[in-house]
Ligand binder design. Structure first.
Ligand SMILES: Nc1ncnc2c1ncn2[C@@H]1O[C@H](COP(=O)(O)OP(=O)(O)O)[C@@H](O)[C@H]1O
Ligand SMILES: [Mg+2]
Length: 417
């Protein structure tokens, strides 16, 4: 099972520029989490702080019992092996084949023999739907394939924690749906703790168990997805709707005069460009593909949520109860295609013994290898994005020295939308 990441009172500045302060949240072991926030609010800085590439002034990041903000370099090196990181553009070496890119961490960090490395690399490439593309260079494939190659590389060391920085950037909506599905399937398969940083509202609505949002240098909230999606906070509502009317401005927060002007425009029926969707109407969470193991995180998450339910706002409670009822109904409707929902529906959450039994039965469940299903993802992306159309960095980053990657990427607009 993935490990819990506990962040307490974290504050990060660069010189006199404070990025965020007093951020506290816990990524529950093995659950899927998303961190939302407008561009430039320090989401990437947060990811880099979690892996100890950037050093906060205050607070702690406790991973597997170790506070990485004050451990030794040797301990940090060990802790980092728990992580798989998908950087924004896949961060592949431009002159290396996909095979060599994906094999890189194994050659660098393990003493495995070449035939063993080959087996692992091919297995992960198949998992992400890249079988057959071993010899391709990163420049010869589309943005979506580069993301999946980056994900395969993030998986080769069997990470306990997977961090994904904007897995959707530069992808069309369909490719985004495929990569999101892949993250859910991977979570079901290896039970790793996942944190996805994204602007993408569809991902936020359908993928994570928990969502947080950074705004105005603070964590606005962090909790079960229903809590954020039903939030009445203006900043959350504006962000979800993608509207220009609201507290979030073009560069930063707005002053009162502008806010008043906008209120008048809104009253006059002028659109702020946002969707009229009702985000408090919760849509179903994406489920692992048929043939993929039961997602044990879903069992743990439901147990956690039921426990915290009385402490949540009334509308979040109502939304959670509705989600549970809907999931149970879906489990009854098509039990052969939603193993995780069936497991949830059959669990007695009122006792620890009931929860333990569900986890044990999920553990022993015999499943076919899911690769057959997963490779139905579009293997050969038909189009190759032109660099101009791709909002990711085009320059390959040296991930062997992750520090170098951080320094380079910071200079190249890691805060662009
Ligand atoms: N290494 C760095 N040195 C100085 N400022 C930085 C560094 N990295 C990021 N920043 C600044 O931190 C802020 C947040 O950046 P970032 O985390 O990339 O935002 P996001 O990922 O939310 O779009 C930006 O103003 C950016 O310029
Ligand atoms: Mg970023």
């Amino acid at each position: 099972m993935g490990v819990e990441v506990k962040v307490e009172g974290l504050t990060k500045s660069f010189g006199s520029q404070n990025i965020w302060r007093d951020v506290s949240l816990t990524l529950p072991a093995g659950e899927v989490n998303a961190l939302l926030g407008p561009s430039g609010t320090g989401k990437s800085v947060f990811l880099k702080t979690l892996i100890g590439l950037l050093h906060p002034e205050q607070g702690s990041v406790i991973i597997d019992g170790t506070d990485i903000t004050e451990c030794s370099a040797k301990e940090l090196y060990e802790i980092r092996k728990l992580f798989g990181v998908l950087f924004q553009d896949g961060a592949l070496f431009g002159s290396m084949s996909l095979f060599d890119n994906i094999a890189f961490p194994l050659r660098e960090h393990t003493k495995k023999k070449e035939d063993e490395i080959r087996r692992i690399v091919l297995e992960k490439m198949e998992l992400v739907g890249l079988a057959g593309a071993e010899a391709k260079l990163p420049g010869e494939i589309s943005g979506g394939m580069r993301k999946r190659a980056g994900l395969a590389r993030a998986l080769v060391l069997d990470p306990e924690i997977i961090l994904c920085d904007e897995p959707d950037s530069g992808l069309d909506p369909v490719r985004t749906a495929y990569i999101s599905q892949l993250l859910i399937d991977i979570n079901a398969e290896i039970d790793a703790t996942i944190l996805i940083v994204t602007h993408n509202i569809n991902i936020a609505r359908t993928i994570p168990d928990n969502i947080g949002m950074l705004f105005r240098k603070e964590l606005v909230m962090f909790g079960p997805r229903e809590q954020l999606l039903t939030s009445e906070q203006p900043v959350v509502k504006q962000f979800l709707a993608g509207d220009r009317f609201g507290p979030i401005g073009m560069s930063e927060e707005k002053d009162e005069a502008i806010a008043a002007q906008e209120a008048a425009m809104q009253a006059a029926g002028i659109s702020g460009g946002g969707t009229q969707d009702d985000f408090s109407e919760i849509i179903a969470q994406v489920q692992p593909n048929p043939g993929v193991p039961v997602r044990k995180a879903a069992i743990r998450h439901r147990a956690n949520v039921l426990e915290m339910l009385p402490t949540l706002p009334a509308n979040a409670q109502a939304a959670i109860r509705a989600s549970i009822a809907e999931e149970d109904a879906r489990a009854a409707e098509s039990p052969e295609s939603v193993a995780t929902l069936v497991a949830l529906a059959n669990t007695d959450f009122s006792t620890q013994a009931g929860i333990d039994a569900a986890m044990a039965s999920a553990d022993t469940q015999v499943v076919e290898r899911p690769t057959e299903v997963l490779t139905k993802a579009p293997v050969a992306d038909a189009f190759v994005k032109s660099p101009a159309a791709d909002d990711t960095q085009t320059q390959p980053i040296d991930t062997s020295a992750i520090e170098t990657a951080v320094n380079k990427s910071d200079g190249q607009g890691s805060n662009q939308a």
